[in-house]
Design a protein around this ligand. Structure first.
Ligand SMILES: Cc1ncc(COP(=O)(O)O)c(C=O)c1O
Length: 335
């Protein structure tokens, strides 16, 4: 008989402490480590009205010897700065933000779960200037937080193949903001995702505006078959996933031809018949797709189960993150 412990859902538990910094008068102040508690901001704060906010999500892993390692922090910090730039928010200084992340992890060291759990890190930046007439004026002031959340095994219930609704009508973001990790993009995906869940029991929506495959509400989309991996090439319309980048690197080294290009729904459905499809992102790493639902028809992907190429690529990346395989690319930063 196996017993399973009921773990809190992803993201619902925070560590005891967070890092906080404010931008005022054109400069960032020193950051402080504070107990996690409600914030005081003006009801006229820019973010509450004009959605001037962006965030990041990445993980720190505990290795078997107890040491802690953050996965590709530099790329996440650069993406956060890019998001801030596009939203005309003050860009966090990369070294300062890294110090904030290190300080939170250091302070909450004993709250980092063992593998397959991890500490999920969530830097968050938002505009705090009190002005409800600032629809076309950026926020002069801002707050930067680094939150952390212990997370446990995403696949504790087993790797279930996903059901994905292919949506060739809606978009998840304005075309120039897809690469920006901002709350509004998730708000835009919410309605279509809930509708797809209710109507088709779909786990996620794959947004394909104009018939061109983009990404889902919270993950990138990859197609795999023997020796080939296809995914949309980087452009402004979707988030440039760090997991995507890492998996492409591993696949290239394993001899896959990497096809980064635009492709349409018909091409995807054709490929999926004999191949594999998967979603990539920090939370799940690589999650296999079993069914694509398009215009009321269900299309089975390969055998309908999570395929061997998906499992293998996922296992390779997880092994690096957990310290069970050598980190040849210097992706882990020890805390
Ligand atoms: C919209 C979207 N696309 C892609 C990703 C995957 O990005 P990453 O691999 O950097 O976590 C995420 C998750 O963070 C996301 O929210």
């Amino acid at each position: 008989m196996t017993t399973t412990t009921q773990r809190p859902a992803f993201g619902t538990v925070l560590t005891t402490h967070m890092a906080v910094a404010t931008f005022q008068g054109g400069a960032w102040g020193d950051f402080a480590i504070k107990p996690v508690a409600p914030l005081e901001i003006s009801p006229a704060a820019h973010v509450l009205h004009y959605a001037s906010t962006c965030f990041e999500g990445f993980k720190a892993f505990r290795h078997a010897d107890g040491s802690l390692h953050v996965f590709r922090m530099d790329m996440h910090i650069q993406r956060m700065r890019q998001s801030a730039r596009h939203l005309v928010l003050p860009e966090p200084d990369p070294r300062r933000l890294e110090e904030m992340v290190r300080a939170v992890i250091g302070h909450c060291r004993d709250q980092v779960p063992e593998a397959p759990g991890a500490l999920y890190l969530r830097p968050l930046l938002f505009g705090t200037t009190a002005n409800i007439g600032a629809a076309a004026t950026p926020s002069a002031d801002a707050m930067l937080l680094v939150l952390a959340s212990p997370v446990w095994d995403y696949f504790a219930g087993g790797m279930k193949p996903l059901r994905i609704l292919v949506d060739d009508v809606n978009t998840r973001s304005a075309a120039h903001l897809g690469m920006v990790k901002t709350g509004g993009n998730y708000a835009a995906a919410m309605g279509p995702t809930l509708a797809a869940r209710a109507k088709y029991q779909a786990d996620q929506v794959l947004f394909c505006p104009g018939g061109q495959v983009q990404e889902t509400g919270a993950a990138n989309f990859l197609l795999l078959r023997d020796g080939e991996l296809m995914t949309r090439g980087l452009d402004s319309t979707f988030l440039h996933g760090v997991t995507r980048n890492s998996l492409l690197t591993l696949a290239r080294e394993a001899g896959y031809a990497i096809l980064e290009r635009e492709f349409d729904v018909a091409t995807m459905l054709d490929w999926a018949r004999g191949g594999e499809a998967a979603l990539s992102g920090t939370a799940a790493v690589l999650a296999g797709v079993g069914t694509l639902i398009h215009q009321g028809r269900e299309h089975r992907v390969g055998t309908g189960e999570v395929g061997p190429l998906t499992r293998n690529l996922r296992a390779q990346l997880v092994a690096i993150q957990n310290g069970q395989a050598p980190d040849r690319h210097g992706w882990l930063q020890r805390i």
